[in-house]
Write a protein of this length. Structure first.
Length: 433
C-alpha cells in the first residue's frame, strides 16, 4: 500500500511526463491566432485545469462514464490545425461551439463504436500498440536534440543532457529498489534539470512573471456559436482521437496485466466525450488518452489508479496556480527527450510483447503486422507526403497511429484466414493420421 506522499510523488512524475505535450497545443494555437499574453496565460491554465478534471473522470469511473484504467487525458494534437483554420475564418466562439457538439457526438457514438471492437483481435492490437511507441520515438529524439526549431538544436550540450538523463533513469531503475526505483524518471528529470541549470540554460524568468491565481471561466472567449462545417470538422477530429485512444487503452491493459473489456472502452470514450464538452465550455481543447504515460507505467510497474487520480488533482492545482505551472516549464527539452526515449521505447516493447502471442510464421499475420507498422511509422516520420490530399484525408493519414490502425483493421478484414496445410501440421499429428 502506497503512502499519500508516495502517491503524490508518483502522480507528479506522470504530470511531468505529459506536461510538454499538454502545453504545446495552447502555445501553438495561441501563437497562430496572435493571442495576447493574458489570453495565452488563460489558455494554458484552462487547459491544465480541464486536463485534470478529465483525467479524474476517466480514472474514477461510474456505470456509464470512465474506463477505471490508469489513463491520463490530454489535449489532442490532431485538433491544432482545424482549430486554427476555423478560428481564422470565423472566431474562437465558433471553435468552442464545434468542440462542445463534437464532444456530445463522442458520448452518443461510444456504444456503437464499442460494437466494432471485434475488429481489434490480438494481431491488430499488437500492431497498433507497437505503432504508438514507434511513432512517438521521433518526438523523443527531436526533444533530445533540443527541440525542433530551437537555435541550439543538435548541439553537444543538448545531446549530453539527454544522454545523462537517460543514464540516470536507467541506473536508478536497475540499482535502486522499492519507491526510489518507481520514481526513476522523476529523479532523472530532476538531475537533468539541475545539470542544465549548472550549464546556464535553465531560466526561471517565466516563473517570476506568472500570476499566482487563475480561475477557469466558462465561455471566456464568448458564448459559443455554431457552424455546421466547423462541427463536422471537429467530429472528424474526435473520431480520429477515438481510434487513437482505443490503442492506448489496449496498451495500458498490457502494461497493467489486465484484459480491457469493451465496456471499459465504451466508458472511457464516453468520459472523453464529456471531457471534450468541458474543454469547449472552459475554452480549452478536445481531449484524448495520452500514450506518453503508458511507457511510464511499463517502466515503473506502478499500476495504481490512485497515482493517476493524484496526477489529475495536481493538474487541477497547476491550472489554478499558474506560478506553480510555470515552474514545471523550466525543464530543458533535451532532458525531457532523454526521459521520453525510455518511456516511448517501453510502449513499443509492449506492442512487440503482444505480437509475440501471435504466430507470425503465418503469412497473413506477418503481412498485417508488417504493413500496418510500416504505414504508421512512415506517416509519423514523413507526414508531408500527404500534404497534397484533401483536408479530411490529410487529417487521417498524417496521424501515424490512425493510419497504421486503419491499415491493420482493413488487412485483418480483407486477407483471408489461412487454412492449415500438411506442412503446418505437426509430425506427430501426421503420423496419427
Amino acid at each position: 500500500m502506497l503512502s499519500k506522499q508516495k502517491v503524490v510523488a508518483l502522480g507528479f512524475q506522470h504530470v511531468l511526463a505529459m506536461y510538454a505535450g499538454a502545453v504545446i497545443v495552447p502555445l501553438i494555437v495561441g501563437g497562430a491566432l496572435k493571442l495576447n499574453g493574458t489570453q495565452m496565460a488563460y489558455l494554458i491554465a484552462a487547459d491544465l485545469f480541464t486536463c485534470g478534471i478529465a483525467t479524474i473522470l476517466q480514472v474514477m469511473g461510474t456505470k456509464y462514464f470512465g474506463s477505471r484504467l490508469p489513463v491520463i487525458l490530454g489535449c489532442t494534437f490532431t485538433a491544432v490545425g482545424p482549430i486554427i483554420a476555423i478560428a481564422s475564418t470565423s472566431n474562437l466562439a465558433t471553435v468552442y461551439g464545434a468542440i462542445i457538439l463534437s464532444g456530445l457526438f463522442v458520448v452518443l457514438a461510444a456504444p456503437l463504436y464499442g460494437k466494432m471492437l471485434r475488429f481489434f483481435p490480438t494481431i491488430v492490437t499488437g500492431s497498433v500498440v507497437t505503432i504508438i511507441g514507434l511513432s512517438l520515438i521521433p518526438v523523443a529524439m527531436n526533444n533530445a536534440a533540443g527541440g525542433q526549431g530551437d537555435p541550439s538544436f543538435g548541439q553537444m550540450h543538448n545531446l549530453l543532457l539527454a544522454f545523462g538523463t537517460l543514464v540516470v533513469i536507467l541506473a536508478v531503475n536497475r540499482l535502486a529498489t522499492g519507491f526510489l526505483r518507481s520514481i526513476s524518471v522523476l529523479i532523472g528529470l530532476a538531475a537533468g534539470t539541475a545539470a542544465g541549470y549548472a550549464m546556464g540554460i535553465v531560466s526561471f524568468s517565466a516563473v517570476g512573471s506568472a500570476s499566482w491565481v487563475s480561475i477557469a471561466q466558462p465561455f471566456y472567449f464568448g458564448f459559443p456559436q455554431f457552424s455546421l462545417t466547423a462541427v463536422i470538422t471537429m467530429i472528424i477530429v474526435n473520431i480520429v482521437s477515438m481510434v487513437e485512444s482505443t490503442g492506448v487503452y489496449f496498451a495500458v491493459g498490457k502494461a497493467t496485466d489486465q484484459k480491457v473489456s469493451p465496456q471499459q472502452i465504451v466508458g472511457g470514450l464516453r468520459s472523453e466525450g464529456l471531457a471534450i464538452m468541458l474543454g469547449g465550455i472552459f475554452n480549452a481543447f478536445p481531449y484524448t488518452a495520452f500514450s506518453q504515460n503508458v511507457g511510464l507505467i511499463s517502466l515503473t510497474r506502478v499500476k495504481s489508479r490512485d497515482v493517476i487520480f493524484a496526477a489529475g488533482g495536481i493538474m487541477v492545482v497547476l491550472g489554478l496556480l499558474p506560478k506553480l505551472a510555470a515552474l514545471t516549464t523550466v525543464i530543458p527539452s533535451a532532458v525531457l527527450g532523454g526521459a521520453m526515449i525510455v518511456m516511448f521505447g517501453s510502449v513499443a516493447a509492449s506492442g512487440i510483447s503482444i505480437l509475440s502471442e501471435v504466430d507470425l510464421r503465418k503469412d497473413r499475420n506477418l503481412l498485417i503486422a508488417a504493413c500496418s507498422i510500416a504505414v504508421g511509422l512512415g506517416s509519423a516520420t514523413l507526414p508531408s507526403m500527404f500534404d497534397q490530399l484533401p483536408d479530411f484525408a490529410k487529417m487521417l493519414l498524417q496521424n501515424g497511429i490512425v493510419s497504421g490502425s486503419l491499415t491493420a483493421i482493413a488487412l485483418n478484414l480483407l486477407l483471408p484466414e489461412e487454412s492449415r496445410t500438411a506442412s503446418q501440421v505437426s509430425p506427430d499429428a501426421q503420423k496419427a493420421s
